[in-house]
Design a protein around this ligand. Structure first.
Ligand code: FAD
Length: 455
């Protein structure tokens, strides 16, 4: 691998590119980061995508490695469970983990991005250049064509080792398409999303339960809400693009108001600027990107959404990208060549990125369809009973994905077995307290324990 002190280029100072730069700097590299947007610490610009996001064990572990976890957690709001809002009737709460220590955290995207950029610069080895859009990359040499968005001038940058962290529409990944044997797929979800705000109440009070992720599951669509530090909630409405209830069909204030009144009456009462915000704010799309290989020889590597954009329903896109950085850092410690490091990283991460991509799509169906059903609530309660009764032996998919660093692929496989056990034990049950723990022990010993031992 290149000498420490070697200069490398990172394309994109989003969440993953900024954190990656911190890791690289700490290993001694000089990092030049090219970012297409202006500096969001100086200009008010839209941070893009979601206003807040959920960070959990994998993301926090990555921040801990570079001493940034503690500060990030000061700005985060723990979300200990899901609060389900039915169209009528009482709210239902389901804890995420075996107890409150297992929670996910709501964090403002713009704050986190600025914090990571400043942390990168504070290493003294990272220079972030803003308004610099990479338009082409020659991956045989690593040289780049860069458009300075402020002056309109285009220039060539000399070849260096290149990290593409330029998000789901990655220019670096597009350049890889010229490399023989490269393949990429992009699957658009048939749903879009729109962000709406529940403002803070008097004195900055939270107008709904603060420590929960709120979900209004409605079958083919849903609304969710995550708390912000200032007492507000950012709500995201996920709707099909087209169809009887869709972004296309809600084309007038009257239709929108009637729809919210019928489906989300409690949320509607808390969103004063519903109509204005709905029609003024952009509608975002969601895509799953899979590609292979992630690298070109010893010249270039894509990471984060550039390599594996996923839909947001497991709250893992950034967490997965941050985990890429942790794994890369571990490989850098072992001093291979760049080609070795890139090849091993891809081998270790690709299958796991594919697994979380698939789980995220499955979770969409679960969140919008099942979270409101009595059967789902019962199964979640049975799952919690098993997590508490058989610690270390029984594990759920959600807990492995969100509260552990078990490889996603393994979480997928073990989660399927665990889910089957819960489903079987819930058959004919009306109360989770009545679950047959003897039978549970037997099923866990027969199906889960041998699988875990094998892996
Ligand atoms: P990005 O954040 O997209 O950053 C890419 C950067 O590259 C940007 O700064 C961009 O300006 C720059 N760039 C792009 N092209 C170029 C170019 N040609 N030249 C130079 N610079 C360029 N993940 C979670 O873990 N938890 C969540 O709760 C969560 N919620 C989400 C909710 C929604 C609605 C969405 C859409 C996503 C959510 N995600 C969540 C996923 C998360 O947003 C992404 O996984 C994460 O932003 C990926 O970071 P990144 O740095 O790889 O890409």
């Amino acid at each position: 691998m290149g000498e420490r002190n070697e200069a490398v280029t990172v394309v994109g100072a989003g969440l993953v590119g900024s954190l990656l730069s911190v890791f690289l700097a700490r290993r001694g590299y000089s990092v030049e980061v090219l970012e297409r947007r202006p500096d969001m610490r100086r200009e008010v610009i839209d941070a893009g995508r979601s206003i807040n996001l959920a960070i959990s064990t994998r993301g926090l572990y990555a921040l801990r490695q570079v001493g940034l976890e503690e500060e990030a957690l000061k700005h985060a709001i723990p979300m200990r469970g899901r609060m389900i809002h039915p169209p009528k009737g009482a709210l239902a709460y389901q804890p995420y983990g075996k107890d409150d220590s297992q929670h996910i955290n709501s964090l403002a995207r713009a704050w986190l991005n600025k914090f990571l950029m400043s942390a990168a610069e504070a290493t003294g080895k990272v220079r972030i250049r803003f308004n610099q859009r990479v338009t082409q990359a020659d991956l045989a040499t690593g040289s780049l064509t860069v458009l300075d968005e402020a002056s309109g001038q285009e220039r060539q940058e000399a070849g260096r080792v290149l990290f593409g962290t330029d998000g789901s529409g990655s220019a670096v990944r597009q350049a890889m398409e010229q490399v023989p044997g490269f393949a990429a797929t992009q699957e658009q979800l048939g749903h879009g999303y729109k962000e709406l705000t529940i403002p803070a109440g008097p004195g900055g009070a939270f107008q709904m339960e603060k420590h929960a992720l709120h979900i209004w599951p409605r079958g083919t669509y849903m609304l969710i809400g995550l708390p912000n530090e200032d007492g507000s909630f950012t709500c995201t409405l996920f709707l099909p693009w087209k169809g009887p209830v869709s972004f296309e069909s809600l084309d007038s204030p009257a239709k929108l108001e009637a729809f919210f009144e019928e489906q989300f009456p409690d949320a509607k009462a808390l969103i004063p600027d519903l109509t204005e915000a709905f029609f003024a704010r952009p509608t975002g799309g969601m895509v799953t990107v899979k590609c292979a290989p992630w690298r070109v020889g010893d010249k270039a590597l894509v990471l984060g959404d550039a390599a594996h954009a996923i839909v947001p329903f497991f709250g893992q896109g950034m967490n997965c990208g941050f985990e890429d950085c942790t794994v890369l850092d571990g490989l850098l410690e072992q001093h291979g060549t760049w080609a070795d490091v890139f090849g091993t990283l891809e081998r270790l991460r690709k299958t796991n990125a594919d697994a979380i991509a698939d789980m995220a799509v499955e979770n969409f169906v679960e969140m919008r369809d099942s979270t409101g059903s009595p059967r789902f609530l019962l199964e979640k309660a049975v799952e919690k009973a098993l997590l508490n009764a058989f610690p270390g032996e029984f594990v759920s998919r959600y807990s492995m994905v969100s509260f552990s660093r078990v490889p996603y692929r393994l979480a997928y496989e073990v989660g399927a077995i665990a889910g089957g056990i819960v489903s079987e034990l819930s058959e004919g049950l009306t109360r989770a307290e009545d679950v047959d723990l003897g039978r549970a022990k037997q099923l866990i010993q027969e199906r889960l324990v041998p699988f875990m031992k094998e892996h």
